[in-house]
Design a protein around this ligand. Structure first.
Ligand code: PLP
Length: 285
């Protein structure tokens, strides 16, 4: 495997950054994860738009112009012979003597890694359904920025895993679900509406969330953007998660409550298929 680190393509085992990289010391950086299917990068434009926004919000300089970044991403895919998998790219404020305030002259760092994913296994997981385990949302007030500071997400996901779950559903102080530890959270309510929290600084604006809304609209599914409680989710017809990594994956159990008949919901499975078809059709080589 080959990684890209600040201008060089290096063997994965030797891919490293300096100990005073601000990403390492302050989590002062942002990232993106894009799915690759059949050798094509899915939803690339929206992911690069979100990267630009995250960088702007934190006043980190883009490491390079977008056309150059697109070339690097493709070169990492090519050197890894990546057909189905994930591309991870991270930009930090760069290397500088440790000081909380921004350095005057640091150049931002760019790291890109690739990882194959077994899409057959992922499909089987979707057809089986997963369990979500609720956990208090103890994150900061700018969850709309895709920052590498993920400690609360890490702790929530670990707790979910130890409880036999696949994803953690984060719950705010009012008992409403914000999102998953690395996914957006959805339900199909008892009236058949698709429900997901509206975008604000409490959640990440998922690219899969956005694309799914488009395909759902085109399929005539009614969407309501509003918060829902854990209780409502447990009584919902269907529940599911979305992300670049999981596409659309049905949630068939929340804590100890079985959702619907305990099988993946038909709306979720149909939207999964539609999302994959639409994003593949839109993807440029
Ligand atoms: N919410 C959080 C906290 C995430 O980390 C992610 C993705 O990693 C998502 C939602 C889903 O976003 P996307 O669909 O862009 O992958």
């Amino acid at each position: 495997r080959i990684a890209y680190v600040n201008g060089r393509y290096v063997p994965h085992a030797q891919a490293s950054v300096h100990v005073e990289d601000r990403g390492y010391q302050f989590a002062d950086g942002v990232y993106e994860v894009c799915a690759v299917k059949n050798g094509r990068l899915l939803d690339e434009g929206p992911h690069l738009d979100r990267l630009d926004r995250s960088l702007r919000e934190l006043r980190i300089d883009p490491p390079m112009a977008r056309p150059a970044l697109r070339v690097v991403l493709r070169e990492v895919m090519r050197r890894n012979l990546l057909r189905d998998g994930l591309l991870y790219f991270q930009v930090t404020r760069g290397v500088a003597p440790r000081d909380h305030a921004f350095p005057a002259h640091a150049a931002s760092s760019l790291v890109v890694t690739a990882r194959p994913v077994d899409l057959v296994k992922a499909q089987a997981r979707a057809e089986e359904g997963v369990r979500a385990v609720t956990h208090p949302d103890i994150r900061w007030k700018r969850c709309d920025i895709k920052a590498v500071a993920l400690l609360p997400n890490v702790l929530a996901k670990q707790a979910a895993k130890e409880a036999g779950g696949y994803e953690a559903w984060l719950v705010d102080e009012t008992g409403h679900v914000t999102e998953g530890s690395s996914t957006n959270a959805w339900i199909v309510d008892t009236d058949g509406n698709l429900v997901t929290r509206a975008l604000d600084s409490a959640i990440l604006g998922g690219i899969t969330r956005r694309m799914l809304m488009q395909v759902a609209q085109e399929a005539g599914v009614h969407i309501i953007e509003r918060p829902f409680t854990v209780e409502e989710a447990k009584a919902a017809r269907e529940a599911f998660i979305t992300s670049a990594t999981s596409f659309v994956t049905p949630v068939t159990q929340i804590d100890d409550a079985v959702i619907g008949n305990g099988r993946p919901g038909s709306v979720a499975m149909r939207l999964r298929e539609l999302y994959i078809m639409a994003s593949e059709a839109l993807a440029q080589a």
